[in-house]
Design a binder for this molecule. Structure first.
Ligand code: SF4
Length: 310
């Protein structure tokens, strides 16, 4: 059985939807976030080394020039269709006029087929959701929510800064506006057991979100997490532990949920642990081999889960 039959990958889904390979452009819209600018905190989330923007292209006034620059960074220079992904910090945390100008210009680029915006559930006021709904009528708009965990104690530890109810509310409102939602979760957060991580995956499955991104917890230089790690306050997952818990999560979500990522894209220069994660290709190969070995099928336990929740 091939990987695409074992789980619903983003690549395969994009090929079906757009008829060819679609590439992702990682862009930085110059945002900040409420856990950094002093609104909620100044320290950021405990694991964050700067808004997941290590490989992003900064977008200034000339949006199309930045898009052209980002296109030169993707592996296949002959690509014709792209997802413009605003990855850094909180992509809806700015005045409405600025968001309108930035995202309208982005979607007007002829090669951009999807606009994807990384943000937080507590940074989606009604007028922003309405704007995204209008833009979604032009080309598909996706919103990527950094949930990380459904466990409130962990959320406090990592300084996420919003309750789970804010996530539920955001998913509902985005769906009412016709927008597809992708949810990020982190495997290996301090104090979490495999069962807790599987609970987060199940919850995301039940939220109705269209997509999920699994990320391994990276300990990065310059973060408070790195300090805790050096003091021995928690340990990171081994590759085999990561694979085991990932398998549980993949089997706990619905079969039609698109898996955008099976592991993280760490900034190698800043990576302190786990060092095995630096070789992404090798990690993905190990995951695929294990899925084959263990007969993993996405959604295998989804029916038990959804029946149990009624
Ligand atoms: S993870 Fe996101 S919300 Fe948290 S500090 Fe980093 S950019 Fe801000």
């Amino acid at each position: 059985m091939t990987d695409t039959l074992r789980y619903r990958s983003l690549n395969a889904t994009l090929r079906q939807r757009f008829g060819e390979k679609v590439y992702k452009l990682a862009l930085d819209g110059g945002f900040t976030c409420p856990t950094r600018d002093g609104t909620l905190d100044t320290r950021g989330c405990i694991f964050c080394a700067g808004g997941s923007g290590a490989f992003t292209v900064p977008v200034g006034k000339d949006v199309h020039t930045a898009i052209e620059q980002a296109k030169t960074l993707v592996a296949d220079k002959g690509g014709k269709k792209y997802i413009a992904y605003y990855q850094s910090y909180t992509g809806t945390y700015a005045p409405l006029e600025r968001l309108h100008a930035l995202y309208t210009q982005t979607l007007s680029h002829p090669d951009v087929v999807v606009l994807s915006i990384g943000t937080r559930p507590d940074c989606l006021p009604e007028e922003v959701v309405a704007l995204l709904g209008e833009l979604n009528a032009v080309k598909p708009v996706w919103v990527e929510l950094g949930l990380q965990t459904v466990h409130e104690a962990t959320a406090r530890t990592i300084r996420r800064g919003y309750p789970l109810a804010a996530f539920d509310d955001a998913v509902r409102r985005l769906h009412e506006a016709g927008i597809e939602v992708i949810v990020h979760m982190i495997l290996g957060l301090p104090g979490e057991t495999p069962e807790m991580m599987a609970e987060t995956a199940r919850y995301i499955g039940q939220s109705g979100a269209e997509g999920i991104k699994f990320q391994l917890l990276h300990v990065l230089e310059g973060t408070d997490l790195a300090e805790d790690y050096r003091k021995g306050r928690f340990s990171v997952l081994t590759l085999e532990e990561y694979i085991r818990v990932l398998e549980r999560c993949v089997e706990a979500i619905p079969a039609d949920m698109v898996i955008h990522r099976l592991t993280g894209d760490g900034a190698k220069r800043e990576l302190i642990a786990p060092l095995w994660s630096a070789d992404k290709k090798q990690v993905l190969n190990a995951i695929h081999r294990a899925f084959e070995r263990d007969g993993v099928i996405q959604g295998k336990h989804w029916n038990e889960v959804s029946a149990g929740s009624e």
